[in-house]
Design a protein around this ligand. Structure first.
Ligand SMILES: [Zn+2]
Length: 223
């Protein structure tokens, strides 16, 4: 009798335990899994038209102080004049791209002339850094698609353009960017004036407070 009771008790216990286990498993399975996001919001800050002996050194100093990596689209004719600034950019971890040799609209040139503008600049940069640029920001945003293949360059445009070159009011530039920027955006600025450099620092400080992380454009494009 005792043995029978024990067997019944054992069966009930096993069934009850299994039922509890199964119901818990079903509950866990049916609940959506909301993992806390550990991915930081990425944004890229880019500077065209340099290197500029008057503004690029201050910009590099401020970027270094903030631990920010930026992307520079350089003009070949300025690279030729200020190679030490290009060397510094590269050494400090910034990504270097091409912006043509002399700031021409590449769409108005023959393919041959446009390729010359790109290749000449790439060769100058490669001589300094040892690395041939892969990215081009064409002046005026105009790039003929067949040149992707002919130059093996990847075109990089922008998402946020505060027209910093048109004003000396850095606060206006900052507010235009902060109003429009979203995760994964590429911000366009120029290291060609004091107000642009100051705007860049304010933008970085503000967006960092909002949880953004600054990356180079390759990290946005290949994400
Ligand atoms: Zn430009």
């Amino acid at each position: 009798m005792q043995k029978q009771k024990f067997v019944i008790w054992l069966c009930v216990t096993i069934i009850a335990t299994t039922a509890i286990y199964l119901s818990e498993a079903i509950r866990l399975k049916s609940e959506p899994v909301i993992a806390p996001s550990t991915e930081a919001k990425k944004v890229a800050i880019t500077f065209d038209d340099g290197p500029n002996p008057d503004y690029t050194p201050d910009l590099l100093k401020g970027l270094k102080e903030r631990g920010v990596s930026a992307t520079f689209f350089l003009l070949g004719k300025e690279v030729e004049k200020y190679p030490e600034l290009v060397e510094q950019m590269y050494a400090e971890g910034h990504l270097i791209g091409t912006h043509s040799y002399e700031h021409v609209n590449l769409c108005n040139l023959t393919d041959e002339k446009a390729i010359e503008q790109v290749d000449k600049t790439n060769t100058l940069i490669e001589k300094i850094t040892g690395e041939r640029p892969q990215f081009i920001r064409p002046p005026f945003g105009c790039w003929k698609k067949n040149l992707d293949y002919k130059t093996t360059m990847m075109e990089v445009l922008w998402d946020v353009d505060p027209l910093d070159w048109k004003t000396s009011n850095s606060d206006a530039v900052v507010s235009r960017v902060l109003k429009n920027v979203e995760e994964g955006d590429i911000i366009l600025l120029h290291d060609a004036s004091e107000s642009s450099v100051n705007a860049a620092f304010k933008i970085i400080d503000e967006l960092k407070k909002e949880g953004y992380t600054f990356v180079t454009v390759d990290e946005i494009l290949f994400d």
